[in-house]
Design a protein around this ligand. Structure first.
Ligand code: ATP
Ligand code: MG
Length: 232
């Protein structure tokens, strides 16, 4: 599903923020991505959601080398990926309902189906009474829940969530983690960037740990996963 081989990334003429990243994520896996602030979690996410290309090395997504892909191919691939951005990126002129509906509308689902799915999901994330409001009138945690609903509505093949519970109390955070777990059981591959020790402890998925530009995989005993470090 995702393969990084000797990946490096720098912004402009700045220092390399990722130096030599190697890992493989199998389809259907569920990983946490963790590490100190500034260690490069969002940067790795941006490579995985095809928001940028690596400065060096190879990023393979869905079996395709992203360096070789043109704009339209990247757009087509992006439709298989659900993203929760660290800063939400809701469209300010669209209501909560229309923000969540967007991925389904883009992929051409009939409006009746869009309505019932979006209504149900907004209820589920506790925002049933906020369907028609604009993002700027919502609290940070409420906006985050809209962003989460938008990321999962079209049942993506890959879900990338950057600190998706950062603005939520533990209760709602755990509830939303269960939503991700459910999606994972239906086959979605999931990567969640988080600082939250309580979330990582409670949901025992393997961890990709970033430190000083390098990434180490910390397996969980009950979790089978492959790390190509050492193979290359
Ligand atoms: N657009 C950018 N331009 C220049 N430098 C950037 C940019 N985005 C990130 N960086 C730098 O890259 C490094 C990694 O940042 P990144 O946002 O990936 O870290 P992070 O692990 O997500 O941090 P946090 O936990 O605070 O979200 C930092 O040193 C940061 O200053
Ligand atoms: Mg970040």
């Amino acid at each position: 599903m995702i393969k990084f081989e000797h990946v490096g990334l720098r912004y402009g003429i700045g220092p390399e923020v990722l130096t030599d990243i190697n890992f493989v994520l199998e389809p259907g896996s569920f990983h946490f991505l963790t590490g100190p602030s500034g260690s490069g979690k969002t940067s790795i996410m941006s490579l995985m959601y095809l928001g940028r290309k690596p400065t060096r090395g190879l990023v393979t997504m869905f079996g395709q080398n992203i360096n070789d892909m043109d704009r339209s191919q990247l757009c087509a691939l992006r439709q298989k990926i659900g993203v929760v951005f660290q800063e939400f990126r809701l469209l300010p002129h669209l209501s909560a309902f229309d923000n969540v509906a967007l991925p389904m509308r883009i992929s051409g689902h009939p409006e009746s189906e869009v309505k019932s799915n979006v209504d149900e999901l907004l209820e589920w994330v506790g925002l049933g009474d906020y369907k028609n409001v604009l993002p700027m009138t919502l609290s940070g945690g409420q906006q985050q829940r809209v962003a989460i609903a938008r990321s999962v509505i079209a049942r993506p093949k890959l879900l990338l969530a950057d600190e998706p519970t950062g603005n939520l109390d533990d209760n709602i955070g755990f509830r939303l983690m269960h939503l991700f777990e459910q999606l994972n059981r239906m086959g979605t591959t999931i990567v969640i960037a988080t600082h939250s020790q309580s979330i990582m402890d409670r949901f025992g998925h393997p961890r990709l740990v970033l430190e000083a530009g390098n990434l180490h995989v910390h397996d969980n005993a009950n979790w089978v996963q492959k790390n190509i470090e050492g193979v290359y």
